[in-house]
Design a protein around this ligand. Structure first.
Ligand code: GLA
Length: 329
């Protein structure tokens, strides 16, 4: 019998580069999906993709996911290495999540693969497993946000995630608001300064203690100006996530939009993970009537901008809606 594993992408509304220091994030799963259509296979994982003529064909034991070809097979291999499946699958992958755009196409593929391989843990365990798979596949020390948003999505809600205890609190997205994603530039976090940022946060924490509990004054006093700036971003961003959740809950779109703009400025100036091209798009959107706020979303260094708008305010970009998390059909 043929089955289908379906995993959404995600967009982060606010709270970037906070997840790997036990901070707060506010993503939502979106109505763009990776799907794996499959039947059981006794001993291999054989998958075709509509986006690549090269097929993935892997045994049930993979030693080094980082070297698998084609490259999208690395995510499959990373998941195989974590799930230890007793049997394989045979089928094909489809996706309408743009690759390398900051909308978590890879995390979505990991989660769909784990479900297709029969993993049955909780949404949280599934997310943690797929995060480890991502590390095996890319070598980039990413946080838990993407995978947890994809496994825990709730229809019509954004997710306030506390990365310290992995609790997920759904917050309704006001019905009179639209979330629009504008693609700017393709990028990959492999080889990007992402890992360096993670290391700088670790340096900051070594000096002032866990960033989740550090004060702005302590971060300001850090001697190294770059490390200090990274820490100040994280501390400010955690507070913005709290304030954003309150603004959404109160239906105060103007306040929510201002927080998104402040988040972008902090990612641009303190965390230095935006690009001039992304900044220009944020400025242009922010100046458009009916747009409350806009910001870079996800890991940065390119990717997408997310905007909070009145319905129909923008006629370019994708309107995305919050959806339920991944499932097996
Ligand atoms: C990438 C990572 C996430 C998170 C974001 C930045 O998407 O996979 O864990 O760190 O960057 O917020």
């Amino acid at each position: 019998m043929s089955r289908r594993a379906v995993a959404p992408g995600r967009v982060n509304l606010i709270g970037d580069h906070t997840d790997y220091t036990d901070g707060l994030v506010m993503p939502m799963a979106i109505d763009r999906y990776t799907e794996i259509h499959f039947t059981p296979d006794p001993e291999r994982v054989r998958l075709a993709s509509l986006d690549d003529p090269h097929k993935v064909d892997l045994p049930l034991t993979v030693d080094d996911p980082l070297t698998v070809e084609p490259a999208w097979g690395r995510f499959i291999a990373g998941v195989i290495a974590e799930v230890h499946p007793r049997a394989g699958i045979h089928g094909h992958v489809t996706s309408d999540i743009p690759i390398g755009a900051g909308l978590s196409s890879s995390a979505s593929l990991e989660v769909a693969t784990a479900l297709a391989l029969g993993y049955q843990g909780s949404a949280r365990d599934l997310a943690e497993l797929c995060r480890r798979a991502e590390h095996r596949a890319t070598g980039v020390p990413t946080g838990i946000m993407d995978q947890l948003a994809i496994t825990s999505g709730v229809h019509d809600h954004a997710l306030m995630i506390d990365c310290a205890d992995l609790s997920v609190r759904p917050v309704p997205v006001p019905r009179d608001a639209e979330i629009v994603v504008r693609f700017v530039a393709q990028r990959t976090l492999v080889g990007s300064p992402y890992a360096e940022r993670v290391a700088q946060c670790a340096l900051a924490a070594a000096s002032v203690g866990p960033l989740r509990h550090a004060t702005l004054a302590a971060a300001t006093a850090i001697e190294d100006p770059v490390v200090s700036a990274r820490a100040r971003h994280v501390i400010g961003e955690n507070q913005r996530v709290r304030d954003f959740a309150d603004a959404l809950a109160a239906g105060d779109l103007a306040a929510a939009g201002r927080l998104m703009l402040a988040s972008h400025a902090s990612l641009r100036d303190l965390y230095e993970c935006s690009t001039p091209q992304v900044d220009a798009v944020v400025e242009q959107l922010a100046a458009t009537p009916g747009v409350y706020g806009a910001r870079i979303t996800g890991g940065g260094f390119g990717g997408c901008v997310v905007a909070l708008t009145d319905p129909g305010a923008l006629n370019t970009g994708w309107v995305v809606r919050p959806v339920d998390g991944a499932r097996l059909v």
